[in-house]
Design a protein around this ligand. Sequence first.
Ligand code: M6R
Length: 477
Amino acid sequence: QAVLPRLHGAYALAVVWAELPGALVVARKAAPLLIGLGEGEFLCASDTPALAGFTRTILPLEDGEVALLTPLGIELYDAGGTRVQRTPTLLSGTEHVADKRSFRHFMLKEIHEQPETAALWVARHLPEPVAGGAEAPHAGSLVALPLDESVYAGVERIQILACGTSRHAAQVGAYLLEQLAGISTSVFYASEFRYAPPPLSAHTLTIGVTQSGETADTLAALAMEQERRQLVADPAYAPRLLGITNRPESSLARMVDHILDIGAGIEVGVAATKTFLGQLLAFYALALAFAERRVGQRQGGGSSGRSREELKALVAQLRQLPQQLEALVADHDQRCAALAHRFEGTQDVIFLGRGINFPIALEGALKLKEISYIHAEGYPAGEMKHGPIALLDAKVPVVSIAVPGTVFDKVLSNAQEAKARDAQLIGVAPDCPDAELFDTLLPVPVVDELLSPLLTVIPMQLLSYHIAAHRGLDVDQ
Ligand code: M6R
């Protein structure tokens, strides 16, 4: 307690002292630290998976707090040194299972768990049409989300703060919120937003996306936004914060008023895969929920979004997702394993996408860099000709996402440009005559373009996984 005020920056400390064996002093600031209450023992860890197999009862430490753990119990003190009492929380059943089953790596297991993630999501959030038609109770809702009506009411703008893969999910989300619900949406790197936020806008919902719920930049950016809005007297600028996370017990959940739990279960591998899918699905549900509340409204001289019939058609297609993912994961696991050896000497890979699949190109590049250490870039395909095309030659594979819809022809012609530079073209596209352009095809089924990211991301994940595994790397770390 004497030392902590002298420390700068973020920390999570666990201190032992030879004079007092059996005691542990823990403290945190802007970094996660949980106390676990086991049977005849107390534990501390930075994340719940580390407590797997020991306990499901946890006490998350708050910023600035100090705790003394001894066999007799826990003494908890606030930053001012005053003793505080808090009730521990119980993790849900799935939260404490961290088991690789028969898979070689957690990452592969987590990729294979995605059909289940989708099935749970469909069961929770897409209620079956109620017999009795429009007269039956709740017959009107296309999506069921555990959110208060106040989250939707009067929202004119949305801003989303996130890092890494979560930011890519947010970019897909922004596309959906704009195209389905007609709400202007901006996505920010949380690490940039905290130091250069845009001018305050009225009636704005701020969404923080972090699967762990503990990413320091995302939490700090949200806290900053909350504080600066609390200083404004005009209620139009009041903070309205929503968190999207896989950890309902996290710091994020304790900071914001409303939470969407993606419920993907523990993700052990460093590469976010099933939690990315969970975040995407949370955004599909949110965008549909906003869209159905705005059907028929007009904004800024144009229609705000989709008709109810169009939304219903999307929901019907979303119900097919678990089966589609099941088939896709099994198929691409084999295809990507067979393709991986071709990347033995590869040093650079370019990922191209446009529209709603541009964030998936970014995600493909991030996954590859993160676990295989191969340099990779994601680009909006139309930007290649403005300089980056100079990098292409026969040694640089180009992965191009081309799905039928608004930009299909455009992406194909951008791929053609890359081919003219002798690049090896890998297409993530439907198996159709247009796809003959690609040297290798990773086929995806045809769905509504708006839903395509949920499928095109699968070959991205499996390609990265198999390239890294083929190189003998420790994929999960
Ligand atoms: O827990 P978060 O979602 O806030 O994490 C953000 C990023 O660190 C994370 O998505 C990172 O980019 C992934 N490991 C990428 O696979």
